[in-house]
Design a protein around this ligand. Structure first.
Ligand code: TRP
Length: 332
């Protein structure tokens, strides 16, 4: 299946809540394509949850929910290794030599870390927050990923990862490839208030929402009072967002949808968007309803074991390259 693949793909999400349509069009759709082309690792970044908050919260539920969302949209566990940070000790252990390869001032300069610190609910900056790009380097390098699909905000972490890989190779010999970011070219899906679609802002349509919840959310979306519906992102951003969302769900151009609605006004627009979103999500939601916690746990058990084998191998290589000798090695 992957015989001709030249890439190993790794990407991940923090399990902090249900995935929404912004995630779907921003990253999940791309993963569905990649899973047929390359070996793909999808990390459920459960340890990373405690970088910007004191406690992991309802971590067990959030982890299984995330995995069920993955399965519902069509990520195939036969092709994709879905695994958790907390289940792969060897991945986390890579952080130790990696920390020796970066300076405190380099860590302090990372703009994404600075931004997270600014928005964090924590009173003070934890060591994990400060070093979280190094943890992310371990996520990426443990499987020698070469392609990392991420949003723009994650680019500084990719730079840290490349720096660590380069310095490790210079110091100890060639072990790691230098991974590249793969930026999504999908249009950013705005939330129903025009801001970034985000669960915490209450403007997101969760993939697993019911049809009624979806309708209620779209009914509350901000529009304007012009009867003639037109696609003018600069002048009418909120109307344009709704048209874009319908366009993504229907696989049609937003301009064309606007022309079809014509003088129907906001009510007709919202009816159409609601129908488009619900139609699009129907098979995803149907699959989601057929799955239970047991399915998520089975997928994780298998994915964690696969990821762990890879991590054990890489950690061995790292220790060998560095000259450490381990008298006995137990893989699990
Ligand atoms: N930091 C990412 C986020 O907040 C999640 C993540 C953790 C990740 N490890 C990763 C993404 C490795 C890509 C590669 O969304």
């Amino acid at each position: 299946m992957h015989r001709t693949s030249t890439h190993v793909v790794l990407t991940g999400d923090r399990p902090t809540g249900s995935l929404h349509l912004g995630h779907y069009f921003g990253s999940l759709a791309n993963r569905l394509v990649l899973q047929d082309l390359h070996p793909v690792f999808v990390l459920v970044a459960d340890y990373q949850v405690i970088t910007d908050r004191d406690r992991p919260g309802e971590i067990r539920r959030n982890v299984t929910d995330l995995v069920l969302d993955y399965l519902a949209v069509g990520l195939d566990p036969a092709k994709v290794t879905i695994f958790q940070h907390s289940a792969v000790p060897e991945l986390n252990q890579l952080m130790l030599p990696f920390l020796s390869l970066v300076t405190v001032s380099e860590l302090g300069r990372n703009p994404t870390v600075k931004d997270e610190i600014a928005h964090s609910s924590q009173a003070a900056v934890s060591g994990l927050m400060f070093t979280y790009s190094v943890h992310q380097a371990a996520d990426i390098l443990f499987c020698k990923a070469t392609l990392v699909p991420v949003g723009k905000d994650q680019l500084p972490h990719l730079e840290v990862t490349r720096t660590i890989a380069r310095r490790f190779n210079d110091r100890y010999g060639p072990v790691f490839p230098l991974p590249e970011a793969m930026l999504s070219d999908a249009p950013l899906v705005a939330g129903l208030d025009g801001g970034k679609m985000s669960k915490s802002r209450g403007n997101a349509i969760a993939l697993k929402a019911t049809e009624d919840e979806t309708a209620a959310l779209i009914r509350r979306a901000v529009t304007d009072s012009e009867r003639l519906i037109t696609y003018e992102p600069d002048r009418r951003p909120n109307v344009a967002n709704l048209l874009s969302l319908a366009g993504l769900c229907l696989g049609r151009r937003p301009q064309e949808i606007a022309e079809e609605i014509g003088y129907g006004g906001a009510a007709a627009l919202k009816r159409l968007v609601t129908e488009a979103v619900n139609e699009f999500c129907r098979p995803i939601r149907r699959r989601r309803r057929e799955l239970g916690e047991g399915d998520a746990l089975a997928v994780l058990r298998e994915g964690n074991a696969r990821a762990r084998e890879v991590a054990v191998r890489t950690l061995d290589e790292v220790r060998d390259a560095m000259g450490y000798t381990i008298a006995s090695r137990a893989a699990s």
